[in-house]
Design a protein around this ligand. Structure first.
Ligand code: AMP
Ligand code: MG
Length: 413
């Protein structure tokens, strides 16, 4: 990449990293918790660490169907009498010296035995009364040791982690039936714009000139839901100051966070900022990134407030970069930084004065291709993309350069 001189962000615009710091400084975890059953815990944030009440496995056990014996008795070609049979769920007797125990996967290895020989490396004689060993045997082979997976008392699930099917399986393997998780953050969602019409309320062919369908209501609702929020769809706000104040004030009564779309730019029909200042305060406004300049953060009465841009790509991108870490932190998640990869660009790019997040896709060679139209209203670019390329300000990109790639799949997980 070819940097011209490092320049400060354009006047009056907040650099993205500063914006994130301010957001996280205000994102005190909400702290309300509830106890839920394992199947209801998927995707929730664990509120209290869990330590293991037992070791897993609890006893040394066989990793294969075969024979438990002492390695010292197990020379290649040796023939051993079979002294007992131990199936999974049973516990055998101490192993008689010089003998072998028939054993099945998962069954506890009897006292005195130190090794399991797999069935395929043996020959049963006299209808299973004796067994011949056909291969050399290694001391300790095919024995799963007690506690090799989890030690009793170890912390197995950490407070602040988002629970996955694997984490919940771990809880089940330790006998835990319920987990204490953070309450879902309550987020009120409002869309502003007199031009908006709801899908289903009017046939596309009958749309008046200048009207558009409300798409942000759906994308933002679903993004919030994926992050584990309880979404309160508070409908639309007309482009009028009084109605905006009333809608925000009403949303603040029951929400932890109010998110609006549109109406936070510099036009005369943008009434949201003034309403926020009247009802609370604005911490900052306008980001030094593209897309997504008209972004506002503040407070409306007791609720946090985030004003997203109206353009569909801008609201989506700023949601992933800033709202995502903010709401995860409200729920108590510790690690909220987006996972980034370093990949190679398959195109040349002329930098602008703002840091830019390009809609890109990995090709079969693992390089990153760019969607041709990077306009902030072009939702097709997001539908096509599998990631965002973090293109620095004032720093051109040449084909083959290493670039920072944020996977949309991971950001949406
Ligand atoms: P604004 O931020 O209100 O100036 O809106 C910027 C652009 O985004 C305008 O072209 C709006 O029509 C469009 N827009 C605003 N809200 C939405 C929405 N909910 N869904 C789709 N497009 C929107
Ligand atoms: Mg508007």
């Amino acid at each position: 990449m070819n940097a011209t001189a490092a320049k400060p962000a354009p006047a009056g615009l907040v650099p993205l990293d500063d914006a994130l710091k301010t957001l996280l400084a205000h994102a005190t975890p909400l702290g309300r918790t509830e106890t839920v059953s394992l199947l209801a815990a998927d995707g929730r944030v664990l509120a209290r660490a869990e330590t293991s009440p037992l070791s897993v496995p609890a006893l040394d056990n066989a990793a294969m169907d075969g024979w438990a014996l002492r390695a010292a008795d197990a020379a290649e070609g040796a023939v051993l009498p079979v002294s007992q049979r131990i199936a999974a769920g049973q516990v055998g007797q101490p192993l008689a010296a010089g003998s072998a125990a028939r054993i099945f996967t998962g069954a506890p290895v009897p006292d005195g035995a130190d090794t399991v020989v797999q069935q395929e490396h043996t020959e049963a004689l006299d209808g299973g009364a004796r067994v011949r060993l056909l291969k050399p045997v290694k001391l300790g082979q095919h024995v799963r040791r007690a506690g090799e997976d989890v030690q009793r008392g170890a912390t197995v699930l950490r407070a602040g982690e988002r629970l996955t099917p694997a984490a919940i399986g771990m809880a089940a393997s330790l006998g835990l039936a319920q987990l204490e998780v953070a309450h879902r953050p309550r987020v009120a969602l409002l869309c502003s714009g007199d031009e908006l019409r709801e899908p289903g309320s009017i046939a596309p062919a009958d749309m008046p000139a200048g009207a558009i369908f409300n798409s942000n209501r759906y994308t933002l609702h679903l993004l919030l839901r994926r992050l584990g929020c309880e979404v309160q769809d508070a409908g639309s706000i007309p482009d009028a100051p009084g109605a905006t104040v009333q809608a925000l004030s009403c949303a603040a009564e029951s929400a932890d966070l109010i998110i609006t779309s549109g109406g936070v730019s510099v036009g005369e029909e943008d009434h949201i900022r003034a309403a926020v200042q009247q009802l609370g305060e604005l911490h900052f406004w306008r980001l030094a990134i593209k897309p997504g300049k008209p972004f506002a953060f503040g407070r409306v009465r007791g609720a946090h407030f985030i004003g997203l841009p109206g353009n569909p790509v801008s609201s989506y991108v700023t949601f992933l970069l800033l709202v995502r870490p903010f709401v995860l932190r409200l729920a108590g998640v510790e690690h909220v930084a987006p996972p980034a990869l370093t990949l190679r660009a398959a195109f040349d790019w002329k930098a602008g004065s703002r840091r830019e997040f390009l809609r890109v896709r990995r090709n079969a060679a693992g390089e990153v291709e760019r969607f041709a139209n990077q306009g902030s209203g072009v939702l097709t670019s997001l539908h096509w993309a599998d990631g965002l390329l973090d293109a620095p300000a004032d720093c051109d990109i040449a084909r083959g350069d290493a670039v920072r790639f944020l996977s949309l799949t991971e950001l949406l997980a």
